[in-house]
Design a protein around this ligand. Structure first.
Ligand code: ADP
Length: 492
């Protein structure tokens, strides 16, 4: 099958979070299974060019209709660790992708509406006719809209679209100018409740809703989150739209790329290990402590947090976890970055406050290499999210023998099973700790259970570690599930 991924990230060249990992990992799995995969991305000035091989111009002066005129683009092509990627570089004064950031500009909706349009125009002009166009998140929500309203009439009638939602919180909204810019025009037609009109603000268009309405199939990144979004409040206002389109909505758990996230072959960690050579893990703990200037105390377990620092991730609980760990005589390492000013300032304050504490280290910023060492060196990883569509860090933690302590939401429910209380899994299949509520006590009790096991029942703790390492959260099953969906929509 011929599949084109249209996305705003692809790790490691463009990565702000899990989306990048998924676009890369899924594409790789699909190719291993004999499919042809191409990835279309924006050409950001700030992406990691050192991860692209053989970058060259693939198409010069692609004319992308925009506001009744056109913006010319050059399309570059190169390999990102074996994946064929096309990068769209517009040549206009808007400087859509030369901002030194991936997201967070005031005209993000225009930037990605343009990207979506340019991706389709590129497929059209180069006579690429994939069986499936796989779009990701609101940034590409207009792709199926434009495909079925415009490009279908220009020779792209047989293309099918899968729209994957990685995060319902960010939906992308815009006004009538989006319609004029993209050539969709027809204001009255699109400002309808059953098309692009936002479910709560009748004066704006909602990109993600457009993706849901127009795609042939829609999925989010775990079965439990699909349920939450449909029936609970996790759909951030799109619950009714999902309900209307529930016949084509599902949840597919993300995978982890075990070629990158695997302590047996990880090139960023000093001591490789497997379940059979688990004794080597402690060498990574030593290396981590050395690197971050933490004291070497064999009596102290080490808990980590790796992830974005924002509301979604439960920052107030992340913050509390640091001080609760210290109170219990446990070390804590945090690697995180915040885009919100207030949260950033807050954690910088904490970092300075804990600067000379030999049991805590806060690393603020994005550091892929260090993240590997932390996964390998820590004993436990805490994921206290408010909502979590899938979550990769707990799955990576499991692979590295780092016991997850998570809140029971979204994909965390599908991947972590409480050692003491899970009723759906026998004791030998349990792999971590789960708490339900968002208050401090809930987090503390789960942390205390984990710390207690590490301290007083080390053999039991090791058993739990090994049970976690035995789980297979690779792309094998999700890859097959995505192919199943592609096959299904392709023949409709
Ligand atoms: P989300 O997509 O919501 O950000 P996920 O858990 O799905 O969260 O994916 C997070 C990914 O980003 C993981 O691969 C994690 O290791 C990585 N990551 C998050 N924050 C950082 C950081 N500050 N430095 C390095 N890697 C990070």
């Amino acid at each position: 099958m011929y599949i084109v991924q249209v996305a705003s990230e692809c790790a490691p060249v463009i990565k702000a979070g899990g989306l990048g990992d998924v676009v890369y990992g899924l594409s790789r799995e699909l190719e291993i299974r004999g499919n042809t995969v191409e990835i279309i991305l924006p050409m950001y000035d700030c992406m990691r060019y050192d991860h692209i091989w053989g970058l060259h111009e693939a198409y010069r002066d692609l004319s992308v209709p925009w506001y009744g005129a056109a913006i010319r683009c050059d399309v570059f092509c190169g390999w990102v660790h074996g994946r064929l990627c096309f990068f769209i570089q517009p040549k206009s004064q808007d400087n859509f992708f030369n901002r030194g950031i991936y997201y967070g500009a005031s005209d993000d909706n225009m930037r990605f509406a343009f990207f979506s349009k340019a991706a389709l125009e590129f497929l059209l002009r180069t006579n690429k006719r994939p069986d499936v166009i796989h779009c990701h998140d609101w940034q590409t929500g207009l792709v199926p809209v434009m495909l079925y309203e415009i490009y279908k009439w220009h020779g792209m009638a047989h293309q099918r679209v899968l729209f994957t939602i990685h995060n319902f919180k960010h939906q992308g909204i815009g006004g009538v100018d989006i319609l004029w810019a993209t050539g969709l025009n027809n204001e009255e037609y699109y400002f309808q409740y059953d098309r692009l009109q936002d479910n709560f603000n009748p004066f704006v268009l909602n990109f993600m809703k457009g993706g849901i309405v127009y795609a042939n199939h829609v999925n989010t990144v775990s079965p439990h989150h699909a349920w939450e979004a449909h029936y609970g409040s996790e759909g951030y206002g799109l619950g009714h739209t999902l309900h209307t389109h529930s016949y084509k909505f599902s949840g597919i758990l993300n995978g982890v790329d075990y070629d990158i996230w695997n302590p047996e072959i990880d090139k960023y960690i000093p001591a490789k290990y497997t379940a059979e050579t688990l004794e080597n893990k402690v060498k990574n703990k030593k290396a981590l402590r050395d690197r971050l200037g933490l004291r070497h105390d064999p009596e102290k377990p080490l808990i980590c947090y790796i992830g974005r620092l924002d509301e979604q991730k439960g920052v107030h609980l992340v913050h509390h976890a640091i001080y609760h760990a210290l109170l219990r005589g446990v070390q804590f390492v945090l690697l995180g970055s915040a885009t919100e000013r207030g949260i950033n300032d807050w954690f910088w304050h904490e970092k300075n406050f804990l600067y000379s504490n030999p049991d805590a280290h806060l690393e603020l910023g994005f550091n892929e290499e260090l993240s590997h060492l932390i996964y390998a060196g820590a004993d436990m990883i805490v994921v206290p999210s408010n909502f979590e569509p899938c979550g990769l860090t707990q799955m990576i933690g499991l692979k590295y023998g780092t016991v997850p302590i998570v809140r029971g939401v979204g994909g965390l429910v599908n991947t972590v099973f409480d050692r003491d209380y899970d009723e759906n899994h026998p004791p030998e299949k349990r792999n971590g700790y789960v708490f339900q509520h968002t208050d401090f006590q809930a987090l503390e009790s789960a942390m205390d259970r984990a710390i207690g096991l590490w301290r007083y029942y080390p053999e039991e703790f090791e058993k739990l570690v090994l049970q976690g390492m035995a789980y297979d959260y690779s792309w094998k099953d999700p890859g097959a599930a995505y192919l199943g969906v592609y096959e299904y929509i392709r023949h409709r």
